[in-house]
Design a protein around this ligand. Structure first.
Ligand code: X2X
Length: 355
């Protein structure tokens, strides 16, 4: 009798426990997962963040709510703190440029060696190859879970003073760069006068003429209407910044497998869409066809170069012969930066490109 009573009580406790566990599991998700985004919602990168949030909601049946905080609002503009703050769990996730994660992930600077990866084919080989894997492994080692790639794009030079076709043309120009020291070294090697500035201050800097020029991809330059401030563009593909979707690892590991799979799928799809958007008109018809065929999406600007010209810009396409002088001027910084990145990662990238 006594035993039976106990068994009955135990069963009741067990049932209550199971019920509570189930309730907790559902309530275990946060109301909102905060996402760091460096730029605003109109830039292609920002549009990719919105797409990701929308797809996460859809694919998790509304269980996971990602909220993008644009303009590095969670970091008070300090874009280079992104990886550190997501690793700490102050921010849940991000879609971030490799440039901005490099203080925590020096391997990510493999994409920023000047005139190293200068076309989409090489970029894709490196992202999908051994070097890309090394960057993802480095994120995991810092308690950041990488979910997938997107793209800010190959960075192009614009300025208000003169056409730039040789390093001599850059001499003395004040060029706004991100506060990643690799960029300072590169522009000093080219004879320019680089100025560190967070993105949050940069557009006002262009407007007020605090700097003469800048370097950013077309997916940033068109939405901020760079043609209002700068007449000259040099399309030189001198380096690229892919974007990475990543999540605080502790939070990530709390998700059940089906939620993880849904978020990974959202990152893959949003990344494919945003990468195509950032490449439209720069890779023949390839990206335009991806957007039309896979996403039934027509971008506003089909040809970014023609668009900039239609706004009065003088756009110079750097030729291979002209590129040689820029390569020669920037090679002296390679030794130092290959050491910082890791010589093994550099070798992997070279091998990926040779594949
Ligand atoms: O600050 C920049 O130039 C930007 C927006 O491209 C990055 O965040 C790397």
């Amino acid at each position: 009798m006594f035993n039976l009573k106990l068994t009955g009580k135990a069963a009741l406790f067990a049932a209550v426990f199971v019920l509570m566990a189930a309730v907790c599991a559902n309530a275990g998700f946060k109301k909102e997962y905060k996402m760091q985004v460096t730029v605003g919602p109109k830039l292609y990168w920002g549009m990719g963040a919105a797409k990701f949030a929308e797809l996460v909601k859809e694919k998790t049946n509304g269980q996971i709510n990602v909220k993008p905080y644009y303009g590095s609002a969670l970091l008070k503009g300090a874009q280079l703190k992104s990886a550190q703050m997501v690793a700490k769990g102050v921010i849940d996730c991000a879609v971030e440029s490799t440039i901005n994660i490099s203080p925590v992930i020096p391997e990510a600077n493999i994409f920023h060696l000047p005139f190293f990866l200068n076309n989409f084919e090489n970029l894709d080989k490196v992202k999908n190859g051994q070097a890309g894997k090394a960057v993802f492994d480095a994120l995991r080692a810092k308690r950041l879970e990488p979910l997938g790639w997107a793209e800010n794009g190959f960075r192009q030079l614009t300025n208000s003073k003169r056409a730039v076709k040789t390093p001599a043309d850059l001499k003395g120009l004040r060029i706004r760069v991100v506060g990643n020291p690799l960029f300072i070294d590169t522009f000093r090697a080219l004879g320019a006068d680089p100025v560190n500035m967070n993105w949050g201050d940069a557009v006002a800097g262009f407007q007020q003429g605090v700097v003469d020029g800048q370097e950013n991809p077309v997916g940033v330059l068109l939405p901020i209407q760079i043609y209002q401030y700068h007449k000259y563009a040099t399309m030189w593909n001198y380096l690229v910044d892919p974007l990475i979707f990543y999540w605080n690892q502790r939070e990530w590991n709390k998700f059940p497998k089906d939620i993880q799979d849904a978020i990974l799928e959202a990152a893959r799809e949003a990344g494919r869409w945003e990468t195509a958007l950032s490449r439209v008109g720069l890779d023949g018809d390839t990206s335009m066809n991806i957007l039309k065929d896979e996403f039934n999406y027509t971008p506003e600007v089909a040809d970014p170069i023609a668009f900039m010209e239609s706004k009065g810009m003088e756009v110079h396409m750097l030729s291979d012969a002209e590129r040689e002088a820029f390569i020669k001027a920037t090679r002296p910084i390679y030794d130092k930066w290959i050491k910082e990145i890791g010589p093994d990662v550099f070798k992997k990238a070279e091998a990926d490109m040779a594949n």
